[in-house]
Write a protein that binds this ligand. Structure first.
Ligand code: GLY
Length: 358
């Protein structure tokens, strides 16, 4: 078992990582939150695997718990879905002290967290992420949100969970494409801060993709540690936290322009990582190796990085709606080498158009 303390003053919490912890989840949660009324929010894909085990474990530990299973995909992470969920909270007579347990992937965690943040102005919630992407990124750091047709995660806030429990065994039932999508975020941590971690991933990729427990625990632990550190420095993204969006600015634009239906999040972010690396090369900030090393790892992950068929001008227009854009100035996270990025707001539109049209 590995633990990471996320030090955010009165909003601090622990991330616990281990195999098989779902069997004991009621006891673990009751160490953080005394038993009370609770709703487990999950989705139709995760529920058959882990719904009952979490429900039984919480019931045994004296939580007055109900399970809600939603039909959910990225295109349904909407205010309408949040409203459906508020209805379930009212039905279960939840109050300000009641608990939401988010059991599922990133979409589920973002939505359940958003509902926890806004129901009666905020009730406690716990994250149990079951996809690699959610385990290494979205369940940590308190970004909760729903999408708007004009942009991804545009309606949301910062609202920290009371605890995060990561059971690496849940990855054993995850479709291969989901592992790949999560690995893109894992690579991101190597790219933005930890060259040695990038090397580790490259060296141990076979073991990781075979879902070897030790290798999984290692990459999840390292990813969470890096993310926790950045979040501690800048919880509400006034500055450095933006580096966690490496590859996401263009990635989000690609997703939004295709109504979240054409690209998986991981594919879109991987494309975004290559595009910003090409922008950095065009501005003489990084050399070809940075692009090649990432492309080679993406290839090993089985990602086929085709160039987008979208109109570069549409992509640029979409970029202006990114949350990092302030007073009409586009802001990019650009690599300078493996293990280092900078935040830059002087990328010209022409450079972006050239790279997108390359
Ligand atoms: N996923 C980026 C962040 O949490 O800041």
């Amino acid at each position: 078992m590995k633990e990471i303390f996320v030090d955010l003053g009165k909003d601090s919490y622990n991330i616990t990582i281990d195999k098989g912890i779902l069997n004991n989840i009621g006891t673990l949660i009751s160490k953080v939150i005394t038993p009370r009324k609770a709703i487990i929010v999950t989705d139709k894909i995760v529920e058959p695997h882990y719904g009952k085990i979490v429900l039984d474990s919480l019931s045994e530990c004296k939580f007055d718990v109900k399970l809600v299973s939603l039909a959910l995909g990225e295109e349904q992470k909407t205010l309408a879905k949040a409203e459906e969920l508020y209805g379930h909270l009212f039905d279960h007579e939840m109050d300000r002290k009641s608990l939401i347990v988010a059991l599922g992937g990133g979409v589920l965690g973002d939505l359940a967290g958003f509902v926890a943040a806004t129901f009666m102005r905020g009730i406690p919630f716990v994250q149990i992420p079951t996809t690699l992407l959610a385990q290494v990124d979205s369940s940590i750091g308190g970004k909760v949100a729903v999408n708007h047709p004009r942009g991804k995660n545009m309606i949301g806030c910062f609202y920290q969970p009371k605890a995060v429990f990561i059971d690496t065994d849940t990855l054993q039932t995850l479709p291969k494409e989901e592992i790949t999508a999560g690995m893109v975020e894992v690579m991101k941590y190597g790219m933005i801060k930890e060259a040695a971690f990038f090397e580790y991933i490259d060296k141990h990729l076979t073991k990781i993709l075979e879902l070897d427990s030790d290798a999984l625990e290692e990459i999840i632990y390292n990813s969470c540690k890096t993310k926790a550190h950045v979040v501690e420095l800048d919880e509400t993204e006034q500055g450095i936290r933006a580096i966690l969006n490496y590859g996401h600015t263009i990635g989000h634009a690609l997703e939004a322009l295709t109504s979240y239906k054409k690209y998986r999040h991981g594919d879109a972010v991987a494309m975004g990582m290559i595009y910003v690396s090409k922008i950095a090369r065009a501005m003489n900030l990084a050399d070809e190796t940075v692009i090649k090393r990432q492309e080679s790892l993406f290839l090993k992950l089985g990602l086929s990085l085709k160039d987008t068929e979208l109109d570069p001008h549409d992509i640029v227009s979409k970029l202006y709606q990114d949350k990092k854009t302030i007073a009409g100035k586009l802001r990019f996270v650009l690599p300078t080498r493996i293990g280092n990025v900078i935040i830059n707001d002087s990328v010209s539109e022409q450079t972006i158009l050239n790279v997108l049209a390359e």
